[in-house]
Design a protein around this ligand. Structure first.
Ligand code: AMP
Length: 114
């Protein structure tokens, strides 16, 4: 989508620190990190929110979680704990309307989240 910041990053039109990519998704460092490790796992297809997921997205949704685990092992925070978060809608704090999964690690996490 032409005015979507994550689509532009995927197309190389806006710079970002990509740490992983495959055919269906890419991973960047969050520009405003909320934890020592704060990555965004972003499916390439422009899906605005969790509510617009379709059957065709099943494999990438599974892959998101597989990649989260791989990044945790590679980053050495698999044992200390990490959090995967998706915000759905402005009321939940979503500010970029292209689905993405926050991967947070490196500090103690609070529950419930604010
Ligand atoms: P959310 O508020 O759940 O929609 O999360 C959007 C996230 O994208 C926020 O944590 C932002 O800091 C992050 N973000 C926005 N623009 C960029 C960018 N150009 N590069 C990396 N992260 C970004």
């Amino acid at each position: 989508m032409s005015d979507c910041i994550f689509c532009k990053i995927d197309q190389g039109e806006i710079p970002a620190e990509k740490v992983f990519e495959d055919e269906g998704l890419f991973v960047i460092k969050d520009v405003n990190p909320q934890a020592p490790t704060h990555l965004l796992i972003i499916p390439k297809r422009h899906i605005p929110t969790l509510l617009e997921l379709e059957e065709q997205d099943r494999s990438v949704m599974s892959r998101v979680h597989e990649v989260a685990g791989k990044l945790a092992c590679d980053g050495g925070f698999d044992q200390s704990g990490f959090r995967v978060v998706v915000n759905c809608g402005a009321g939940a704090g979503q500010s970029v309307f292209h689905i993405h999964f926050h991967l947070l690690a490196g500090r103690a996490m609070q529950w419930p989240p604010g």
